[in-house]
Design a protein around this ligand. Structure first.
Ligand SMILES: Cc1cc2nc3c(=O)[nH]c(=O)nc-3n(C[C@H](O)[C@H](O)[C@H](O)COP(=O)(O)OP(=O)(O)OC[C@H]3O[C@@H](n4cnc5c(N)ncnc54)[C@H](O)[C@@H]3O)c2cc1C
Length: 380
């Protein structure tokens, strides 16, 4: 039987959940191997919002001072319609005094900060191709043909998780009628968050150190083609009714490497099977509409580390079930909320758009901020 630092743990995926898990395990004197499919981090990703619960976990990993220099505390939230008329304004300050800070940070900076909290090396260019659970061991085959034996395998390999596929098979993603693009821009929004709502169209501008990021979304058929050569013209025509300042952001959307995908999420019947557990987007991908997937990934990774630190190799399957049990209600609730928020982006017909705009105008800032209370209030 093995305990603590002698546990043999494999983390698949060195992203936000994988690195948080490794850091939290290390804080408890437990090591792990981390394999990461990419050949390096290379600054992938855009601005992420971090919510108080996720930020508190990062603070407890000793990253408070480090993060303070990397992120932006937002001032104002403003939603406008496509003609530039204000729908809603709220001040993040009151929010912070009630629940704690929220924070915008580029994914690359967050990954750098997390790496500073992990001393074990990340094995880049490495992935898993086969998993077999027998007795108290998980036998793993890697992409280079080498093998290993572990007490637990922790799949932190994101939305398209191979660990999930190897354990549960090909499970369908839920599609939500919208496709999106994310890219960096040079638009000056200061420390504010600004969102523009049109007819089945949305553009959001989010601050981060250096430059803001734009997140554009459109009601669309599933898997619509997106050719980088014609993307700018396509988006300029799609968003032609939007204010000029917002459309000017599209000048930077031509880079072939920008993020473009359908809005997908997944809700699994189970996150664990025996000695394998999924964490972060691999277990509970959340729609970008809520801007909360990274925080939930951080929270889940921390709880998983907590359960693993209080068990022995023999009792790992029970520890993994306890992890899922502790997280499930909160994560499912937030995921449901992220699905409900799609009513703000999807409506196309003028009546539905008019109702949405009227509702947004009628909502007081306090009522608007209270919509986020389930995210703030429930314990992790
Ligand atoms: C456009 C967009 C905007 C978003 N905005 C926000 C936001 O504002 N706030 C927020 O909280 N969340 C946001 N999210 C969601 C957030 O990015 C994710 O929820 C978060 O990154 C999940 O972390 P993760 O570690 O589970 O997955 P990831 O960050 O995707 O990390 C997975 C890692 O696993 C690696 N990997 C993949 N497959 C394998 C494999 N087979 N073997 C080994 N390694 C593998 C990947 O290379 C990657 O490094 C946004 C998402 C998108 C797409």
């Amino acid at each position: 039987m093995r305990y603590g630092q002698d546990l043999r743990l494999l983390i698949v995926g060195g992203g936000i959940a994988g690195l948080t898990l490794a850091a939290a395990l290390e804080q408890r004197g437990i090591g792990a191997e981390i394999v990461e499919r990419a050949h390096g981090y290379g600054g992938v990703g855009y601005a992420l919002s971090l919510w108080p619960a996720g930020l508190n976990v990062l603070n407890s990993l000793g990253l408070r001072a480090h993060l303070a220099g990397l992120g932006v505390r937002p001032d104002m939230y403003q939603a406008i319609d496509q003609r530039g008329r204000t729908l809603l304004e709220a001040n993040f300050g009151s929010f912070a005094s009630q629940y704690g800070d929220n924070f915008y940070i580029s994914r690359a900076s967050l990954v750098d900060a997390l790496r500073a909290a992990v001393s074990i090396p990340v094995a880049f260019g490495r992935s898993i191709t086969h998993l077999h659970q027998a007795g108290d061991t998980v036998a793993v085959t890697f992409n280079d043909g080498s093998t290993g034996e572990y007490d637990a395998v922790l799949g932190a390999d994101g939305l398209g998780s191979e660990t999930r596929r190897l354990v549960f098979g090909d499970l369908p993603f839920a599609w939500h009628g919208v496709t999106g693009w994310a890219f960096w821009t040079n638009i000056d929004i200061g420390r504010d968050t600004r969102e523009v709502y049109g007819r089945g169209l949305y553009m959001g501008f989010f601050p981060s150190r250096g430059r803001p990021c734009c997140f554009a979304a459109a009601a669309s058929p599933r898997s619509a083609t997106d050719d980088p050569a014609t993307r700018r013209a396509h988006l300029e025509s799609l968003f032609s009714s939007f204010p000029d300042w917002a459309r000017s952001a599209l000048a930077t959307c031509t880079d072939p490497s920008i993020w473009h995908d359908d809005f997908l999420d997944i809700r699994l019947p189970r996150w664990t099977q025996g000695r394998v557990a999924l964490v972060g987007d691999a277990a509970h991908a959340i729609l970008p509409s809520a801007g909360v997937g990274a925080s939930l990934a951080i929270e889940s990774a921390y709880v998983l580390a907590d359960e693993l630190s209080r068990t022995s190799s023999i009792r790992i399957p029970e520890a993994l079930l306890r992890y899922e049990h502790r997280r499930r209600a909160r994560v499912d609730g937030v995921q449901s909320q992220s699905r409900q928020l799609m009513w703000m982006i999807r409506p196309r017909n003028p009546l539905a758009v008019g109702i949405r705009n009227a509702v947004m105008r009628a909502v007081s800032p306090a009522r608007f901020l209270s919509m986020f209370e389930p995210l703030m209030d429930s314990a992790i």
